[in-house]
Design a protein around this ligand. Structure first.
Ligand SMILES: [Ca+2]
Ligand SMILES: [Ca+2]
Length: 125
């Protein structure tokens, strides 16, 4: 079986694969998630996969709202909204290089490549 203990991000990711929305993954959903991860054999694919998770409306940009929504899903009730808003604000100020208040793929990569975030956002299992 897959060891989930070492990566706090992974169990939350599973929520995103919970297509029936019942709060748990059934075997089919779990298998689909694993198959998906199994295909991510290089960094570029992992970036794209992560980007798709955040870019909920699929327009090719991650807006502040989308960033907030995903963080809320990932952190659950553990972190108050006001704190999440601060994280979103800080992230946007630092990584939105062209100032359109959205993260494109390049800006998102810079975010993911930052050393102290590498573990938090790691896609590896
Ligand atoms: Ca979007
Ligand atoms: Ca931007």
């Amino acid at each position: 079986m897959v060891e989930l203990g070492g990566n706090p991000f992974v169990p939350h990711l599973f929520k995103l694969f919970d297509s029936s929305g019942d709060g748990s993954l059934n075997l089919e959903e779990f298998t689909r998630a694993l198959e998906y991860f199994g295909q991510l054999d290089n960094e570029e694919e992992q970036y794209k996969f992560a980007f798709r998770i955040y870019d909920q409306d699929g327009d090719g940009f991650i807006s502040s709202e989308e960033l907030f929504n995903v963080l809320q899903t990932l952190m659950g009730a553990a972190v108050p909204d006001s704190q999440l808003e601060q994280v979103v604000y800080n992230t946007m100020s630092e990584f939105d290089r062209d100032g359109d208040n959205k993260l494109d793929m390049q800006e998102f990569k810079a975010l993911l490549s930052r050393d102290d975030l590498a573990n938090k956002f790691s896609m590896s299992m």
